[in-house]
Write a protein that binds this ligand. Structure first.
Ligand SMILES: [Zn+2]
Ligand SMILES: [Zn+2]
Length: 419
């Protein structure tokens, strides 16, 4: 009896111990193997591709079953025919509903060429999934969060930046990817590789970018409620960023207007655009019902010198939102002065992009002057905290009953990370 009792106590303890360890291992594994499902080559129609191994090797799976391996001296050519995917290599030929190339080792990478296209070959990390979308191919790259982040920094920021700048860009890109992970779920992937989400052209081997990603591994930005933020960024704010609600429909406590003197000497600080005076007035009248025959009413629409960033054309009725003017005339920004010279109006503008969140050129300037990436992030995002992803998982589990996961935040409210 005593023996049985002891036995069952031991069994209970063992079960508790095992369950604790399994939970711990799962949590650790989750943090380490977080992958991003990126819809790639979304800027073009892809009829056929050739995939080659860029080292490490791949298992080729057709409809979930292994049909071969991608060897270093062979390539897999995939196109569609007869409502199926048609695949061919030197070693094999098969049809399938979907094809996956699964990494044999974590460092495996693949090279991708598009048939009948001038697109330069690209190298991607992680797995590749190929689906059929009508007569075309739909390609999804399953990359680790860190590989994906490094690739985005390469595409969005390019080379030759300060280490602190790469670090803040890593935190912002990673946070953006997680916050927007549901943007494309109806299409079968999480995030696209275009400016709509974040530009991603595959793997990078830039040592400075890789070092910055490693130094900030798993670090993300959250707001005061420990919710992942919409880490939006733009090229140049022109001296003042905007509140989120000034540009989009929703306000956020961390996307507040801040004065920024750091971007004023940078490449996209100023711009000029000349428009025919008659075209300008016709636009104001047709779209915004401004009475353009009343010279008093349109005085400020023809000559205006803003001393700060406005949301509407000052002293013009009915209201003309500058954000709409920016879109309608494809201007670099909605922050500009107006001067009438002869039969033209000259818009003298400041900044480039939507102006909400992080100003990239201001951040680059700050990084060059020796400021840390954390101080720069705090300058542009109000009342945010830099935390490890596992901390969010912890809080998310705690709040699972009361609150939706942070990544479930309204998907289409904010524009892409870029402009
Ligand atoms: Zn997208
Ligand atoms: Zn700025």
């Amino acid at each position: 009896m005593a023996h049985r009792a002891a036995g069952s106590f031991a069994a209970v303890m063992t079960r508790a111990f095992v369950s604790y360890f399994v939970t711990l291992l799962c949590a650790t594994a989750l943090a380490q193997t977080r992958t991003v499902h990126v819809g790639i080559l979304r800027d073009r129609q892809v009829d056929g591709i050739v995939v080659l191994s860029a080292g490490g090797g791949y298992n080729i799976m057709a409809d979930g079953k292994k049909v071969g391996e991608l060897l270093s001296n062979d390539g897999l050519r995939v196109s569609t025919a007869g409502g199926k995917l048609q695949a061919k290599s030197l070693a094999a030929s098969f049809t399938a509903g979907y094809i996956e190339l699964i990494q044999k080792v974590p460092l495996s990478a693949f090279r991708l060429k598009v048939l009948d296209s001038k697109m330069a070959e690209r190298t991607y990390p992680g797995h590749l999934r190929i689906d059929r979308n009508g007569v075309r191919l739909q390609l999804t790259n399953h990359a680790s969060m860190e590989d994906y982040t490094a690739g985005v920094i390469q595409s969005e920021a390019g080379k030759d930046h300060n280490a602190e700048y790469y670090k803040l860009q890593a935190v912002a890109c990673r946070t953006y990817a997680l916050t927007n992970a549901r943007k494309h779920l109806p299409e079968g992937f999480e995030i696209c590789d275009e400016v709509h989400c974040q530009v991603y052209r595959g793997r990078t081997s830039n040592p400075d970018i890789l070092a910055a990603v490693a130094a900030t591994e798993d670090m993300v930005l959250v707001d005061a409620r420990i919710k992942l933020i919409h880490a939006t960024f733009h090229s140049n704010c022109g001296g003042e960023t905007l509140n989120a609600e000034d540009v989009w429909s929703k306000s956020e406590p961390y996307l507040r207007a801040v004065v920024d003197s750091f971007c004023m000497q940078e490449p996209h600080a100023v711009w000029t655009r000349t428009i025919g005076k008659a075209d300008w007035l016709a636009y104001l009248n047709k779209k915004w019902k401004v009475n353009t025959t009343d010279t008093n009413a349109i005085a400020s629409a023809l000559n205006m010198e803003p001393n700060r960033r406005n949301l509407y054309l000052p002293n013009v009725q009915p209201a003309v939102p500058l954000e709409d003017v920016r879109h309608d005339w494809k201007l670099n920004s909605g922050y500009f002065a107006i001067h009438t010279i002869g039969e033209n109006v000259v818009l003298e503008g400041r900044g480039f992009g939507h102006g909400v969140g992080l100003c990239q050129e201001g951040a680059m300037h700050m990084a060059r002057t020796g400021m840390s990436y954390t101080d720069i992030l705090h300058h542009y995002f109000t009342d945010v905290h830099l935390v490890d992803l596992s901390a969010i998982d912890f809080f998310r589990d705690e709040n699972a009953v009361q609150e939706k996961p942070a990544t479930g935040a309204s998907p289409a409210t904010f524009e892409g990370g870029g402009n």
